[in-house]
Design a protein around this ligand. Structure first.
Ligand code: NAP
Ligand code: HSE
Length: 447
């Protein structure tokens, strides 16, 4: 590492005297916010890092697109080499999205000794460990605070603020788009397609919003959180995922009637050595703090053995909130430059990955089924639950418009995922059960 250290010492001296040049990959929602913050907060940034920050080159796809921020046309390029090969550029800020091509750009940058700041959870969830290893080898920082929960400094809180504790659970709303959609659908009865279009127009959604609504974006963030929080190599495929596309108006109506609010929730839970990580629509009692997190806002509960319960809340998507996290990472890179300690903060996972089996994962469940309205139907259903020792917290039976059928809505007490899946299968096989309409996880204590 001799050459790396010499370079770091030289940079530490330079940073006191000359501006730091940044190369930006992307000038969309987040990239525009980054340029605005660097321009508008320049005084405060100089005060913190000791020198001006200059955006030297910006990679875009289309040089002639209209932009949310004014930049000199000479800064724009459609050729990544103009950014990567510029020897004056010390830090690459990646806010273009994408995985394979973007990974190549970042690996090249790191190997050339350029520090990287990224907001790209797709990339970090899939290749975070590899990129961090290359960064460390080359004495470079690779920071990715904006990749989880937008403007909330949750990664730094886990790594630094809670460094002395052992995290047992992280649970929260980590996707702004779906929270925006569910808020508008449940509060105002707005149609799904309309609110999704609104979230896209506001810059909350991913370029392909399927990742948001199918829960994949949240899953990537939960993989990143679990990796850091549990110091374990959690992969994306270890996260169980269910999105919001199957949620119906009826589901939202029933949750309201029973005093619940529906949220897309990420849960990472450790019991002893074993962990579970999932993303799924979940019902919370209206009185639960997560029930009142609305619109594009995110909130994450972090439970530590020593600290107990902490909650982090803030905007989870959008231009300036996300850019705040990106530029704060840039400040961290520059502070490390001054101290000559870049590339030394990433810590390898401490524990071997051990995942819980479905019989070790416990939750309460909401279930809505359509059944034949005949004598003994109810008894047959309850028998299936009691055979597995699963009892009911709430139950509601209503006649359906379709003659001869009834709707039964059940909220169970805690059951193992294995028992619950077996129960669902047995219900589906039951002749009197016309349809299992929906099923969701339930958290917190109801009224
Ligand atoms: P965006 O608005 O679609 O902007 C992407 C930018 O990158 C555009 O300027 C685009 O150029 C450029 N670009 C994309 N692919 C390119 C390519 N192959 N070559 C050259 N330029 C390319 O996306 P965004 O919402 O800012 O998101 C950027 C990243 O931040 C993503 O990884 C996203 O997941 C992450 N993120 C976003 C948010 C948010 O609230 N939006 C929050 C947290 C993290 P043109 O403008 O010429 O098309
Ligand atoms: N599409 C993401 C969201 C952007 O809605 O949360 C922030 O990561």
């Amino acid at each position: 590492l001799g050459d790396v250290y010499k370079r770091q010492i030289q940079k530490g001296v330079e940073i006191m005297t000359k501006p730091i040049a940044v190369g930006l990959l992307g000038l969309g929602t987040v990239g525009s916010g980054v340029v605005k913050i660097i321009e508008n907060h320049q005084d405060q940034l100089i005060h913190q890092v000791g020198c001006p920050i200059v955006v030297k080159k910006i990679l875009v796809r289309d040089l002639y697109n209209e932009r949310d921020v004014k930049v000199d046309a000479s800064l724009l390029t459609a050729n990544v080499d103009d950014v990567s090969n510029d020897p004056d550029i010390d830090v690459i800020i990646e806010v273009m999205g994408g995985v394979e091509e973007t990974k190549k750009h970042l690996l090249r940058a790191l190997k050339q000794g350029k520090h990287v700041v990224t907001a790209n959870k797709d990339l970090m969830a899939l290749y975070g460990s590899e990129l961090l290893a290359v960064a460390t080898e080359n004495g470079c920082d690779l920071f990715y605070e904006a990749s989880v929960a937008g403007g909330i400094p949750i990664l730094r809180s886990l790594v630094d603020g809670l460094a002395s504790d052992r995290i047992t659970k992280m649970m929260g709303i980590v996707n702004g788009t779906t929270n925006f959609i569910l808020t508008k659908m449940s509060k105002y009865g707005s149609p799904y397609e309309e609110v999704l279009a609104e979230a896209q127009a506001l810059g909350y959604a991913e370029a392909d919003p399927t990742a948001d609504v199918e829960g994949l974006d949240a899953a990537r963030k939960m993989a990143i959180l679990a990796r850091l929080g549990f110091s374990m190599n959690i992969d994306l495929e270890d996260v169980q995922v269910k999105g919001i596309t199957g949620i119906t108006e009826e589901d939202l109506d029933y949750s309201k009637r029973l005093g619940y609010t529906m949220k897309l929730i990420g849960i990472a839970h450790r019991d002893g050595e074993k962990v579970e990580v999932s993303v799924q629509p979940t019902l919370f009692p209206d009185s639960h703090p997560l029930a009142s997190v609305s619109d594009e806002y995110n909130a994450v509960y972090v439970y530590g053995e020593a600290v107990g319960e902490t909650m982090f809340y803030g905007p989870g998507a959008g231009s300036l909130p996300t850019a705040t996290a990106v530029v704060s990472d840039l400040v961290a890179v520059m502070k490390n430059m001054r101290l000559g300690v870049n590339g030394r903060s990433a810590v390898a996972p401490q524990y071997e990955k051990k995942l819980k089996s479905p019989s070790e994962i416990f939750s309460k469940y909401f279930l809505r089924i359509h059944v034949k309205d005949e004598v003994g139907a109810f008894a047959k259903i309850t028998a299936i639950f009691s055979e597995r020792g699963v009892s009911f917290e709430k139950i509601l039976q209503l006649p359906l418009k379709e003659k001869g059928f009834a709707e039964i809505v059940i909220v169970t007490h805690k059951a193992s995922q294995q028992d619950y899946e077996d129960i669902l299968q047995q219900l589906r096989d039951l002749e009197i059960v016309h349809d299992v309409k929906s099923s969701y996880r339930v958290e917190g204590n109801g009224k």
